[in-house]
Write a protein that binds this ligand. Structure first.
Ligand code: SAM
Length: 574
């Protein structure tokens, strides 16, 4: 009962925050989705809006409609095309406080790309225990004239879909993102910016039909004209001429001055003190409930958002083992840990499918961490809880993870143990050697927003994510000690990667049970099962289980689509 009221409070808080924010928006010259559509109908040839539609493969649409119902899925689909209108900043409380960060951001009075931050737009997260998280509100959608001035010929630029997705999140337009441009665009010209979204082509493949560098003819005479309707993302100033843009290999091509969605960007702002992170990701770290002195595994860690959140929650005392299969991404984790001044993070390059050391005995002789972890587990099982410093100091000899490539020298790298040139490869870890494991699984990412194209997703590709995740989960189950915890999370709305994984886990590993999560902000999971026309059956949650998982729904509050399940690990002999 108490849990339910806290959950309701948290959900209401998030929703009321969204509403407050909507109200706030009304003070600006903004346009709701509905009025935007009406506006398009009244449209003169010079005025456009941003109102894209996601086109799903029919088989995928059928599946999601079975899961959510047609209306709900249409709302989710529409919400995914818009950016979330607040930036969520996790403050590094080991270095500073949210009050100090708010003060500094207000003193700067802008994000890096010029978006203004004023008092009304910045709030501490009201969810109990999360007041170290700061929300900065963006604005939009705004009504922006397509033409620079009434009656003037419009100079236009079309950018790639990936470029537009970043621009909608606050980025500038870089040279590689520009696909097409009007003739005679010179440096300093004001240009209208639209996005080209993949459409089915004559050969059956998806494409934009645009050859990079083509000249836009302008308005109705242009073959791409109809494709730009409803896909206008704002105006900017050309930083290069047309010829310069298509000659250059890098650099800013268009500096955006008027955006349909205006979100502050925090690139290079307060490095080490803040980290931009979606709220559900922060909540996933809380759900893991890491304790000081514990040994935690983050199996798919890069770029390190949750790893560093976990280390921070542990007060940087204990050991957070961060693994990823990509060498360069492991370096990203190292850099982030160094930047945030976190000493408890140890990084490895490791395929999560091979996380359990195959020959535990011989590997332990090669891997001092594995050897040490066995001792730790034994001592823990004997009731001898060790402290974080013990873990770290024992880790020093020959186990110094290193930074390769860009080294950030800000924020006291000297205090950190990342100082050399290598990425350590791991041969896997001993069974039962972690207190807690986070599997933030690679997934279809169908919860990330804004997303302007999903046409490449098939039922087959969605199902293959589910298979891959089950294999990784099997490794997680072996690595966590009896009495430990596994948190599984994804950033997708696909039940096949969420509820179906939970069903599989509970049915396969009888010693696992779903555990309550704190805080509880997301909604319930999906109950029942789904049978598709190809005969494929997917089992989801059973009554009583739905309130134990967290499902973040982009159509019901201003969030990315996300899913979190927490498992308690019982005695594995049963
Ligand atoms: C969802 S992202 C993780 C995000 C990260 N947890 C964070 O919060 O910053 C998934 C990560 O899994 C990694 N990955 C994909 N397949 C993997 C595998 N077989 N083994 C280890 N890592 C893998 C990818 O490189 C990617 O960095």
């Amino acid at each position: 009962m108490q849990l339910r009221s806290i959950a309701a409070h948290c959900r209401n808080t998030l929703i009321s925050f969204s509403r407050r924010v909507q109200k706030h928006q009304e003070g600006y010259s903004t346009l709701s989705t509905e009025s935007c559509e009406a506006f398009t109908l009244m449209d003169s040839s010079e005025r456009y809006c941003f109102n894209p539609t996601l086109h799903w493969k029919p088989e995928v649409e059928e599946y999601f409609i079975k899961a959510y119902g047609a209306d709900h899925f249409a709302k989710i689909s529409k919400a995914l095309t818009r950016p979330s209108c607040y930036s969520c900043i996790r403050v590094n409380v080991l270095k500073t406080t949210s009050d100090a960060v708010i003060e500094k951001l207000l003193a700067m009075n802008q994000g890096t790309d010029g978006g203004h931050i004023d008092n009304d737009l910045i709030h501490k997260c009201p969810i109990p225990g999360l007041n170290y998280v700061v929300f900065v509100r963006g604005t939009g959608p705004h009504e922006i004239e397509y033409a620079h001035a009434p009656g003037q010929p419009v100079k236009e630029v079309i950018v790639s879909r990936k470029c537009a997705e970043s621009v909608l999140r606050g980025a500038q337009i870089y040279v590689p993102g520009v696909l097409a441009c009007s003739a005679h665009v010179e440096k300093g010209d004001s240009v209208a910016v639209s996005v080209a979204i993949e459409q089915p082509q004559h050969d059956g493949k998806w494409g934009t039909g645009i050859t990079r560098g083509i000249v836009l003819q302008g308005m109705e005479t242009d073959p791409q004209f109809s494709q730009r309707k409803g896909l206008y993302i704002g105006r900017g100033t050309a930083m290069l001429s047309r010829a310069g843009t298509f000659r250059a290999l890098e650099g800013v091509a268009i500096s955006m001055s008027n955006r349909i969605y205006d979100l502050p960007s925090f690139n290079n702002v307060l490095e080490g003190e803040i980290f931009l992170q979606n709220l559900p990701s922060i909540i996933a770290a809380h759900a893991l409930d890491p304790q000081k002195g514990e040994r935690i595994l983050d199996m798919c860690a890069a770029p390190g958002g949750k790893t560093t959140a976990i280390a921070m929650l542990m007060g940087d005392e204990g050991e957070v083992v961060a693994a990823d299969r990509s060498h360069n991404k492991v370096i990203d984790v190292q850099n982030l840990a160094a930047e945030m001044g976190l000493k408890s993070i140890v990084t490895y390059k490791l395929d999560a499918l091979k996380s359990v050391a195959r020959d535990t005995v011989s590997d332990m002789t090669e891997d001092t961490t594995a050897l040490k972890s066995c001792t730790i587990v034994e001592e823990k099982l004997n009731g001898n809880m060790l402290h974080g410093e013990n873990f770290i100091s024992g880790n020093g000899n020959g186990h110094v993870p290193n930074i390769k490539g860009k080294q950030r020298v800000k924020n006291g790298v000297g205090k950190n143990h990342f100082s050399g040139e290598r990425v350590e490869k791991s041969k896997g870890f001993a069974p039962n050697s972690f207190d807690r494991v986070l599997l933030d699984a690679p997934c279809s990412a169908l919860g990330l927003r804004p997303r302007l194209f999903v046409g490449e997703e098939t039922l087959k590709s969605l199902r293959s994510h589910g298979k891959y995740q089950k294999k990784m989960f099997e490794q997680a189950v072996q690595l966590v000690r009896p009495g430990g915890v596994i948190v599984y999370s994804t950033c997708t709305i696909n039940p096949g990667e969420n509820e179906a994984l939970v069903r599989h886990a509970l049915d396969t590993y009888k010693f696992l049970s779903l555990a309550p999560q704190h805080p509880r902000v997301g909604g319930p999971g999906l109950l029942g099962r789904c049978e598709l026309s190809d005969g494929y059956v997917e089992e989801w949650l059973r009554p009583g289980e739905e309130e134990l998982v967290q499902r973040f729904d982009p159509s019901s509050s201003d969030t990315i689509g996300f899913f979190i399940a927490k498992f308690n690990v019982g005695c594995k002999d049963t």
